[in-house]
Write a protein that binds this ligand. Structure first.
Ligand code: JD8
Length: 248
């Protein structure tokens, strides 16, 4: 999969793209992320990308010219999958969620447009396929959102994660994309500063462990994210426990 990120801060992405799962995915050629400086598509001495808003108001708006030229150049590139799916990150976009991540992961090439200042001239939107927002808070620009999109999508690209991990992912997914929150995790030592690992996790009773984890996940979700539980599968629709029915 190929991402083309267009930004006035291409260096913003250097460390995250070189680190962890994304770094490895890049090395293995499974996910390529190219970061382009929007100013490459300016023509004036000062490489201007913004100007004052028509109608007045605070701040600056990004010029349509560099964006149109950038998108023309990227869409017209030879030797790469095309035409690309063009995404603008903006606070007024539709919510980027796990279902949107899965949808983008099936696309061979995605262009991510990162605005700054007060955003892009409205006419840029005539050149994008969709507008996405990562959540209801105000960021200084689209770069942080683009990085979240690359991270969430890349781990769904076949081969990026181990098979066991991706299979576990599927078992939690529901048709609407809603998920339960994760159950609590523990590792050694079994007792740390008087805090004990729940006995059921050390019992060896895999049926009891699975039931405990489901109950914990449901309870956490009810407390922190009741909106997710409303969309999750009704109780009793879990897949059969491979360990079979437990005692009691
Ligand atoms: C792009 C400029 C900042 C936006 C004035 C200063 C996404 N979930 C999200 N929150 N915020 C953004 C986002 C913010 C952006 C830009 C994305 C470009 N800004 C502006 C308008 C109001 N501030 C985002 N995705």
């Amino acid at each position: 999969m190929l991402f083309d990120v267009v930004t006035i801060f291409p260096g913003f992405f250097d460390s995250p793209l070189a680190t962890g799962l994304l770094g490895r995915a890049g090395e293995r050629g499974l996910v390529t992320v190219r970061c382009h400086d929007l100013r490459a598509w300016t023509h004036d001495r000062h490489r201007t990308v913004d100007d004052a808003p028509f109608g007045g108001g605070a701040g600056m708006v990004m010029l349509p010219g560099p964006w149109f030229e950038a998108l023309d150049a990227l869409a017209g590139e030879r030797g790469v999958p095309g035409p690309p799916h063009v995404v603008l990150l903006a606070p007024d976009g539709t919510r980027f969620d796990q279902a949107a991540a899965a949808r983008l992961a099936r696309m061979p090439r995605v262009v991510l447009c990162c605005g700054r200042y007060e955003g892009v001239d409205e006419r840029v939107r005539t050149r994008v396929d969709e507008v996405l927002s990562i959540g209801d808070y105000v960021l200084a620009g689209g770069e942080t959102a683009a990085l979240a999109v690359v991270d969430a999508v890349a781990r769904l690209v076949p081969g990026v994660m181990g098979n066991a991990a991706s299979a576990g992912e599927e078992s939690f997914a529901t048709p609407g994309g809603a998920r339960l929150l994760e159950y609590p995790q523990y590792t050694r030592p079994a007792s740390y500063r008087g805090l004990d690992v729940p006995a059921v996790l050390r019992s060896g009773d895999h049926g009891a462990i699975a039931r405990w984890r489901r109950a914990q996940a449901a309870e956490r979700t009810r407390r922190a994210r009741p909106d997710l539980l409303a969309r999750a599968e009704p109780a009793g629709s879990e897949p059969p426990d491979p360990a079979g029915p437990g005692r009691s």
